[in-house]
Design a binder for this molecule. Structure first.
Ligand code: ZN
Ligand code: FE
Ligand code: FE
Ligand code: FE
Length: 200
């Protein structure tokens, strides 16, 4: 189970610096592989979002929220295409690799929408779920861009940076919608329901 762990002999070779060049070459190759893996992961994740966002849009009630999700759906479709450009920039065909994290975040969103007791709480929950998605994307694209820079993939770094900014904008927009109206609407709706329960 420890094929990736350096054997004592390998460690010794590394620590006394005899194969420094070889190690450097190996390390660069390793990061390149990791970069490609993470790229495939995000390609899967963005494509999964193209399918998941319409459902969130359909379940949202607040018009500003519906518009924000709809707008980000269109941006997301372009991000899928942009990832294809990233693959092309390093001479690869686009390939998707199942992203378990995004799969989980989408499942949680489904659960939140199913369990919400009214439309206001549902909207607040959709924002919560959507922001977790955006934060995952921000972390992923931040890392991907940094890897691209480190690996000397300048075009890829620029493209990934563009998407990173879009994800930050989406996150900020969601924060604004939540703070401006949705959270207080959800609190008021719950208060009204509590009052109704008191009257019974
Ligand atoms: Zn791999
Ligand atoms: Fe995205
Ligand atoms: Fe992932
Ligand atoms: Fe996004």
């Amino acid at each position: 189970m420890s094929t990736r762990t350096a054997s004592p002999t390998q460690k010794k070779t590394i620590s006394n610096g005899r194969s420094r060049e070889a190690l450097k070459k190996r390390a660069t190759h390793g990061l390149g592989e990791l970069f490609k893996d993470q790229l495939k992961d995000m390609y899967w994740a963005e494509k999964a979002l193209v399918k998941a966002l319409p459902k969130m849009m359909k379940n949202a009630s607040n018009e500003v929220l519906v518009d924000a999700i709809g707008g980000h759906l269109e941006v997301t479709k372009l991000q899928v295409t942009r990832l294809e450009d990233v693959f092309a920039s390093i001479g690869l065909k686009p390939q998707a690799k199942e992203c378990l994290a995004m799969q989980g975040l989408i499942k949680e969103a489904d659960e939140i929408m199913k369990e919400a007791e009214n439309e206001f709480v549902c909207d607040a929950g959709i924002i919560a779920a959507a922001q977790k998605v955006e934060h995952y994307e921000i972390a992923s694209y931040g890392t991907l861009r940094a890897f691209a820079v480190a690996l000397g993939f300048e075009d890829a770094a620029e493209l990934l940076g563009e998407t990173l900014e879009e994800e930050k904008e989406a996150d900020d927009a969601l924060t604004e919608i939540a703070e401006d109206q949705i959270n207080s609407d959800a609190v008021n709706a719950s208060d009204e329901e509590d009052d109704e329960e008191d009257e019974v």
